[in-house]
Design a protein around this ligand. Structure first.
Ligand code: UDP
Ligand code: MG
Length: 311
């Protein structure tokens, strides 16, 4: 008998929860009961609406349903991590609560898993109901991150993914606080494959990923998976030093060998502004890394579970 854990991060999902619960249980019940059993783990990521009550109710009526209730909103990537930490399955599937990832694809993932793949991720073929802006930023984001980092993060994938226990245990050893789960899964290697699917639009409710959170995720991804910005900073610093050196020689020449040395104010201003600007830029990049080092060194728990239900 193989146990499959389905992990669902939920943040203010009362509008979709009942339908999600139904669709997930229906889909998992299609699996042959002689070979497979399943558990559904809902991670309530500090919802301010009725999500927790709905999950609790569901857990009361069904042994397979479990709930981790966070003490506050810790974010999608940590909600996923908590679910993966607490699951018992021989394989774990992470799926969004909003039914954008069709539950039926889980069966295709399990099929691939039974063929011997360790990681099966969902690859989005078509993304219905998402803004042109989101599609455009996503496209360039994957271009940039794959350019900058050593690991190949498959494009058009999200966190909808199945992981085998062995791969999962390796993943769980990574306890960094700034988490870009997609990249971390790509990093562990193993036998990875994908199933393609059409991404539906949200069943109900609104996106819980406003631009601010998207930018946060993108900077975590780049700064955790690449030192290239530091290299660029060094390179820019080097170029500026060369330019500054030329400028110094030029200024001295004007001062010593000509009589027109009060002029050149324009040049001076440009040089100061340019160099000042570049220094601030480089400091900003370094600051991004230092801030993350500071965050990691505190070694705080990644998340705090207030209640565990059904475990
Ligand atoms: N989510 C979460 N914590 C957050 C934000 C989102 O657990 O702080 C969950 C959310 O409930 C959903 C999933 O992460 O199950 C993906 O969020 P959403 O569908 O809003 O993102 P989008 O599909 O718009 O990128
Ligand atoms: Mg969504």
């Amino acid at each position: 008998m193989k146990l499959i854990s389905v992990i669902v991060p939920c943040f203010n999902e009362e509008a979709v929860f009942p339908e999600t619960l139904k669709r997930l249980t229906d889909t998992m019940s299609e699996l042959p009961t002689e070979t497979y059993d399943f558990e559904l783990i809902f991670v309530n990521d500090g919802s301010k609406d009725q999500t927790l009550q709905l999950i609790k109710q569901a857990a009361q009526n069904n042994q397979r349903i479990k709930c981790l209730n966070f003490s506050r909103n810790f974010g999608h990537q940590l909600a996923i991590t908590a679910g993966l930490d607490h699951c018992q399955g021989d394989a774990a599937i992470v799926i969004d609560a909003d039914l954008q990832d069709p539950p039926s694809i889980m069966l295709a993932m399990i099929e691939k898993w039974s063929e011997g793949f360790d990681v099966v991720f969902g690859k989005r073929k078509d993304r219905e109901g998402e803004s042109g802006f989101k599609l455009w930023t996503a496209k360039y984001f994957y271009k940039i991150i794959n350019r900058l980092s050593d690991v190949d993060i498959p494009k058009d994938t999200g966190d909808f993914r199945l992981m085998d226990r062995q791969a999962l245990n390796q993943f769980l050893k990574m306890r960094e606080s700034y988490r870009f789960v997609r990249g971390m899964v790509a990093w562990i290697g193993f036998n990875q494959t994908f199933v393609e699917y059409d991404r539906d639009s949200r069943y109900a409710g609104e996106t819980k990923y406003p631009l601010k959170k998207m930018i946060g995720l993108a900077s975590d991804a780049i700064l955790s998976f690449s030192n290239t910005p530091l290299k660029i900073a060094t390179f820019v610093g080097f170029l500026t030093s060369v330019a500054a050196f030329v400028g110094i020689v030029y200024s001295l020449y004007i001062r010593l060998f000509t009589k027109s040395w009060v002029e050149g104010w324009t040049f001076l201003m440009i040089a100061i502004l340019l160099i000042g600007g570049i220094i601030l830029l480089v400091l900003g990049i370094i600051g991004g890394y230092v801030g993350r080092i500071y965050g990691e060194i505190k070694q705080r728990p990644l998340y705090i579970v207030k209640d565990k239900i059904g475990f």
